[in-house]
Design a protein around this ligand. Structure first.
Ligand SMILES: Cc1cc2nc3c(=O)[nH]c(=O)nc-3n(C[C@H](O)[C@H](O)[C@H](O)COP(=O)(O)OP(=O)(O)OC[C@H]3O[C@@H](n4cnc5c(N)ncnc54)[C@H](O)[C@@H]3O)c2cc1C
Length: 371
């Protein structure tokens, strides 16, 4: 058995785990990231990469808005620190409505955006929408146009974050966490398939696999995988002027020259293989938004798993009963934007034992109450 001692062990090398290693490193704390596959090889590396500003009132508003702020800092700092171009760019969006019901849902949404100070999001009728992007379907009734928001290339972001973390003292170890070593209510280390890593603090950032840690902490963690697929397409079209969205689907021209389109929401357990059914559904929604994209060639087809909790809220904070254990998961469809803010919360809790970001609703022990 191989025994080493470190300040913090982070189980999971997705955006939540690696951003935590980076922010801890900036605060002078060394960490080891334990990753069973490879860093960024799941949802964090293969997401769409849309970054919303977090303007809709709700339990996640503060954390989204903090995530938005941190991403803007990352966009400045990470390329400088690592030389990796993360392809961050401010990018406007057009959310489309094809039915009266969709119009009323989007208009309710717009009111919430405006209430929360997103001044430039506004309603456009069909003609206004066509003036913004002439290739959208003639069948649309209208939509919301917003100049807010940005996107990033998630895999490049992960590469940059790992490199930047290593520069401030983090290391990555390929292994699988299988349990915790505890003594008198304190964590003393993480049990790995290939040894034990002794430490004072453990961060469980295991994404959709977080439920595996329930038995480690003696607490039910109701987090499940929700599969989503994305197509990257080569087309002869000129790049689209903005990011397009409709009923949970999206499409945008990325700096790699490809048109990225998604997505699906599938309850498929831990199966993350791309399927022809997923491809056909995404193509159908893409053609509904942009009927002219008939000649697209498939360059890449990916599938990955979002971590979703049973009540749709984050699971974020200290684990009760075992001193020194923290959990950060459950970001669902918004983990790229919220991940760095979740990392900020965990870093605050480890370094200051408190955080100014409201996290009461994300209490990791809340699932025990429904038992
Ligand atoms: C199709 C799709 C599109 C998306 N688009 C967007 C978007 O545009 N914007 C946005 O904000 N979000 C988006 N998301 C959501 C986002 O990708 C996820 O919420 C986020 O990546 C989750 O990050 P994570 O670090 O919690 O989990 P993950 O990325 O899953 O990372 C967890 C890591 O932990 C490792 N792990 C688990 N258990 C163990 C163990 N026992 N030992 C060692 N390692 C372990 C895993 O191998 C994995 O690498 C999208 C998701 C999907 C599926």
């Amino acid at each position: 058995m191989n025994t080493q001692i470190t300040d913090v062990v982070i189980v999971g090398g997705g955006i939540v785990g690696v951003a935590t290693a980076y922010l801890l490193g900036k605060a002078g704390i060394n960490s080891v990231i334990i990753e069973k596959d490879s860093v960024g090889s799941h949802a964090s590396g293969f997401a769409y990469g849309r970054l919303g500003r977090g303007v809709q009132p709700g339990p996640h508003t503060a954390i989204q808005s903090e995530g938005w702020k941190i991403h803007n800092e990352f966009a400045r700092i990470l390329p400088e620190e690592t030389g990796v171009d993360i392809q961050f760019r401010h990018r406007s969006s057009l959310s489309l409505a094809f039915t009266d019901n969709e119009v009323s849902n989007l208009q309710d949404n717009l009111k919430l955006h405006q209430l929360n100070g997103e001044g430039n999001a506004h309603w456009v009728d069909a003609e206004g929408a066509k003036n913004i992007e002439s290739r959208i379907s003639p069948e649309i009734i209208g939509g919301i146009y917003s100049e807010e928001g940005a996107d990033v290339e998630p895999y490049r972001l992960m590469i940059a974050l790992v490199q930047a973390s290593e520069r401030v003292g983090a290391t990555v170890r390929n292994d699988r966490g299988i349990g915790l070593k505890t003594k008198a209510g304190h964590v003393e280390g993480v049990l790995l398939e290939k040894g034990i890593l002794s430490c004072q603090n453990v961060v469980l950032a295991m994404g959709p696999w977080s439920g595996e840690a329930s038995s480690w902490i003696n607490l039910p963690l109701e987090v499940r995988p929700l599969k989503g697929q994305i197509l990257r397409l080569q087309t002869d079209e000129e790049p689209f002027t903005c990011s397009l969205g409709w009923a949970g689907n999206y499409a945008t021209s990325k700096p790699d020259g490809l048109l990225w389109a998604g997505t699906t929401e599938e309850e498929a357990g831990f199966d993350d293989t791309p399927t022809s059914d997923g491809r056909d559904k995404i193509m159908a929604s893409l053609l509904k938004m942009i009927p002219s994209v008939t000649e697209a060639r498939l360059a890449q087809h990916t599938a990955c798993l979002r971590p979703v909790s049973s009540d749709g809220l984050l699971v974020l904070g200290k684990v009760p009963e075992i001193e020194g254990v923290y959990i950060a998961t459950g970001a669902g469809r918004q983990g790229i934007v919220m991940g760095p803010a979740m990392a900020r919360v965990i870093t605050d809790l480890i370094t200051k034992d408190s955080t100014s970001i409201p996290i009461d609703k994300f209490d990791p022990s809340r699932f025990a109450q429904s038992f």
